[in-house]
Ligand binder design. Structure first.
Ligand code: FES
Length: 65
């Protein structure tokens, strides 16, 4: 995965920033939105942001096992 890829153009948020937010304790899409600002303007990226949050949450779960 390219962590430098911008997922939210409105707020200029990258995949890496989503990953960081989840690793720092964000447990939901809403929390990631609050922390990064991703998907809080036009909403076009919502599906992508949601997918990434779920992906990184799953990854975080595996690492802590
Ligand atoms: S592209 Fe993310 S809110 Fe517009």
């Amino acid at each position: 995965m390219n962590l430098d890829k911008v997922v939210c153009n409105c707020m200029n948020v990258t995949s890496g920033q989503i990953k960081e937010a989840v690793e720092n304790g964000a447990d939901t899409l809403e929390e990631v939105q609050q922390i990064t600002g991703a998907s809080t303007v036009c909403g076009a990226c919502l599906g992508d942001v949601e997918r990434l949050v779920n992906f990184f949450l799953a990854q975080r779960g595996k690492e802590s096992q």
